[in-house]
Design a protein around this ligand. Structure first.
Ligand SMILES: O=C(O)COP(=O)(O)O
Ligand SMILES: [Mg+2]
Length: 239
C-alpha cells in the first residue's frame, strides 16, 4: 500500500467509461420506440445519445426518430423504459477489457475509487451490483445525489468530499464533453477514454491524457500522482 495513494480519489464516469452499456440502453430505447410503431435506431447512432441520463436518452431517441415528445408523453414512455431497462440492465453490458483488474489493483494500493455518473444512482448501483463491481467503489454518485450534475464541478467536488478525499489529489476519467467540462471546472486532471461514446473530438476535450486500454491505467495514475505531488511540493503545500 503506497502512502500517497491513500490520499487520492479516482473518479470514474460509468456509461462508456467503465462499462459498455450501449447494447442494453439502446436495446431498451428501441423496445420503447417499437411500442409507438417507430423504427429501431442503429447502435452506432444510439450511442451518440448516451451521456445525459436515461430520460434524456429517451427524449433524444424520439427526436432522432422524427417523433419528438412533450413532457407528459415522455413521462409515460420513461416509466416503461425504466421497467424494461431494469429487467435487462446487464444482459449485454460488460466492463471494458482490463477495467476490473486495473481498478482492483489500484484499490489494493490504497486509492479511493468513486463513480460520478449522470445515470440515476439507483440504476447505477443496480448495474454495478449485477456486474459484481459495487465493492470496488467508496461511493456511487448519480445526478440525484448532488446539487448540480456534470458538467458542473459540484458533481465531482461533492463526491470527493463524501469519500473523505481532497480536491487537489483527485483525477477524473470519462468519455464525454460533460466529464471533461466537470473535470476542468473542478481543476482536476482529466483522462479521456478513447473507447466510449465521445460526443466531441477527444483533443477538443483537452484531456491531460488519453486512455486506450485499462492495462495502461495504473501507470497513468502513477504518473499523475508523481506530477501532482511534485507541483504541490514546489508550491509549498503541506503533505
Ligand atoms: O446514462 C447516461 O446517459 C449517462 O451516464 P454517464 O454519465 O455514466 O456517461
Ligand atoms: Mg459516459
Amino acid at each position: 500500500m503506497s502512502a500517497k495513494a491513500k490520499e487520492w480519489t479516482l473518479l470514474f464516469d460509468l456509461d462508456g467509461t467503465l462499462v459498455d452499456s450501449a447494447p442494453d440502453l439502446i436495446g431498451t430505447l428501441n423496445a420503447v420506440l417499437a411500442t409507438d410503431g417507430l423504427a429501431e435506431l442503429p447502435l452506432a447512432q444510439g450511442r451518440d445519445l448516451i451521456g445525459h441520463g436515461a430520460r434524456a436518452l429517451l427524449r433524444r431517441g424520439y427526436e432522432t426518430a422524427g417523433a419528438p415528445l412533450g413532457d407528459d408523453a415522455l413521462d409515460v414512455r420513461f416509466a416503461l423504459f425504466l421497467e424494461l431497462y431494469v429487467g435487462r440492465i446487464a444482459d449485454l453490458t460488460r466492463p471494458y477489457p482490463g477495467c476490473v483488474a486495473a481498478l482492483t489493483a489500484l484499490k489494493a494500493e490504497g486509492y479511493t475509487l468513486a463513480v460520478t455518473t449522470n445515470k440515476r444512482t439507483d440504476l447505477s448501483v443496480a448495474l454495478t451490483d449485477a456486474l459484481g463491481l459495487t465493492g470496488l467503489f467508496a461511493c456511487v454518485y448519480g445526478p440525484d445525489r448532488v446539487s448540480a450534475r456534470k458538467p458542473d464541478a459540484a458533481h465531482l467536488m461533492e463526491a470527493i468530499a463524501a469519500c473523505g478525499g481532497r480536491a487537489d489529489r483527485a483525477l477524473m476519467v470519462g468519455d464525454s464533453s460533460l466529464d471533461a467540462g466537470a473535470a476542468h471546472a473542478a481543476g482536476l486532471p482529466f483522462v479521456a477514454v478513447s473507447f466510449g461514446y465521445a460526443d466531441m473530438a477527444i483533443p477538443a476535450m483537452k484531456p491531460w491524457a488519453v486512455l486506450d486500454h485499462y492495462d495502461a491505467f495504473p501507470a497513468l495514475v502513477a504518473r499523475c500522482v508523481a506530477e501532482t505531488e511534485q507541483a504541490l511540493a514546489l508550491a509549498g503545500s503541506p503533505g
